[in-house]
Design a protein around this ligand. Structure first.
Ligand SMILES: Cc1cc2nc3c(=O)[nH]c(=O)nc-3n(C[C@H](O)[C@H](O)[C@H](O)COP(=O)(O)OP(=O)(O)OC[C@H]3O[C@@H](n4cnc5c(N)ncnc54)[C@H](O)[C@@H]3O)c2cc1C
Length: 262
């Protein structure tokens, strides 16, 4: 069973600042961590590998320093790590991200299963897993809380729904996205840390993965952030005076006037 796990590096805070000029995240000065959901995706992949054999490859798209995060992940017992990094990948919306990651998965090749986190804690869209499946032309299931059965060519998953859960059977290859309840992620062992010191992260740019550069990064994005701002709420209080009738009249006039302004 050859598994690819997609892992995103995210800021270690949810209080992100946005550059008002470019409308993109200001990453400078922010501590970065592995997206928490993706630690569960990794753990599930390693458990499946233990049962069925095969390989686990971790794939990330991000800035060059993401390499350090991938080195740490190699210490968990992952077989290989790939970083997609290139200025041409930058500024991607979820569509362009899905396309770039799908190209990475295809270049890794011979995959049975791709596991993603349910969502990233910065972008929060939960679109990349399904987008990736679409680009790879394979089935997918989201919000997986248990892999009930898995064998070559087949997977049965239990997924969280709004009012409970449901069991879904898929043919492999497929993409699944997982929730935190699926498992408890492991910590690296001393042996794993030693081995990871010698392991190399494969670094691929746009030309290496052979993608159309018009379909990745800002050029390939179908959506753009026009403006980002913190909503400003204010209240104003007007005291009505006079008789009850006069107050009712004043309130009515005010409401009509404001409705006109809307
Ligand atoms: C309208 C719009 C415009 C945007 N414009 C910009 C922009 O101009 N500049 C910019 O920097 N960002 C931009 N973004 C954010 C960018 O699209 C997302 O960060 C990125 O596409 C991943 O989406 P997400 O964070 O919502 O991931 P989700 O879909 O919530 O993530 C789900 C899972 O997908 C996988 N995954 C997601 N991203 C990666 C990755 N990079 N590498 C590996 N695995 C991954 C992980 O397994 C993750 O758990 C924009 C987003 C939107 C919605």
């Amino acid at each position: 069973m050859n598994i690819v796990v997609c892992v995103k590096q995210v800021p270690a805070t949810t209080e992100v600042r946005i550059d008002p000029e470019t409308n993109t995240l200001i990453r400078e000065g922010l501590e970065s961590i592995i997206n928490p959901y993706d630690t569960h995706a990794l753990e599930e992949a390693l458990r499946i590998k233990k049962r069925l054999g095969g390989t686990v490859t971790v794939l990330s798209m991000g800035i060059p320093s993401v390499r350090e995060m991938l080195k740490d992940i190699l210490a968990l017992g992952v077989d290989q790590a790939v970083l997609l990094t290139d200025r041409r990948f930058a500024g991607a919306c979820t569509l362009a991200t899905s396309y770039a990651l799908a190209s990475g998965v295809r270049k890794i090749g011979n995959f049975d299963l791709v596991i993603c986190g349910k969502q990233a804690t910065d972008g929060d869209t939960a679109q990349v897993g399904p987008g990736l499946a679409e680009k790879l032309n394979v089935p997918h299931v989201t919000y997986v809380q248990k892999v009930e059965e898995i064998e070559h060519g087949y997977i049965k998953c239990n997924r969280v729904t709004d009012d409970g859960s449901e069991t879904v059977e898929l043919t492999l290859p497929a993409v699944i996205t997982v929730v935190k309840g699926i498992n408890t992620p492991r910590l690296p062992s001393i042996g794993g840390i030693r081995k990871a010191l010698k392991d190399e992260v494969m670094v691929w740019d746009v030309d290496d993965v052979g993608v159309d550069e018009n379909l990745v990064g800002i050029k390939g994005s179908a959506t753009w952030v026009i403006k980002t701002f913190v909503p400003h709420y204010s209240t104003e209080c007007t005291m009505l005076t006079g008789s009850i009738q006069a107050q009712a009249r004043a309130l009515w006039d005010e409401l009509i006037e404001r409705r006109g302004a809307l």
